[in-house]
Ligand binder design. Structure first.
Ligand code: ZN
Length: 155
């Protein structure tokens, strides 16, 4: 496994629409492994392929430690409720702000074995699903912030 470089805001790869994965090749599996290691090193709760410079519809979320969810071609199929919480992004390390997201989200995706599955998350997990899937369409959380906050207030 390898730790990948996380690209930062301003890099055009973060603004493109990512391509679907049509075949789960060894390269895709290596990418998933490397993304996991990169996420752990960065101590984040989610990472999308474009954040490591790859324009493919792949993201991972790990809100509870040890419960890593790998999603290939993820799609939100159900959302309900509402939350407004503070969000940040590994690609935009200097900005934090409130975003409005659904409270509960169900995602349909493919796993590394090529099997389709659905997963439902609420609260922080729902937010992470929305945030990471937005990345696959070139959308950053800063596009949706209703109020930026001073990071020193987080301490
Ligand atoms: Zn992000």
């Amino acid at each position: 496994m390898a730790i990948l470089n996380i690209v930062k805001e301003g890099d055009p790869v973060l603004r493109g629409k990512c391509r679907e994965v049509t075949e789960i090749t060894p390269r895709i599996l290596t990418l998933l492994d490397d993304m996991k290691e990169t996420l752990h090193k960065a101590d984040g709760c989610g990472l999308a392929a474009p954040q490591v410079g790859v324009r493919r519809r792949i993201c991972i979320v790990e809100v509870e430690k040890g419960e890593l969810i790998e999603m290939i071609n993820p799609e939100i199929i159900k959302k309900s409720g509402y939350q407004s919480e503070i969000e940040g992004c590994l690609s935009i390390p200097d900005k934090w702000g409130y975003t409005e997201r659904p409270m509960e989200v169900t995602v349909k995706a493919t796993d590394r074995n090529g099997k389709d599955f659905t997963v439902t998350g609420e609260g922080l997990k729902a937010r992470a699903f929305c945030h990471e899937i937005d990345h696959l369409d070139g959308v950053l959380f800063t596009d949706k912030v209703t109020e930026f906050i001073d990071p020193s207030e987080l301490e």
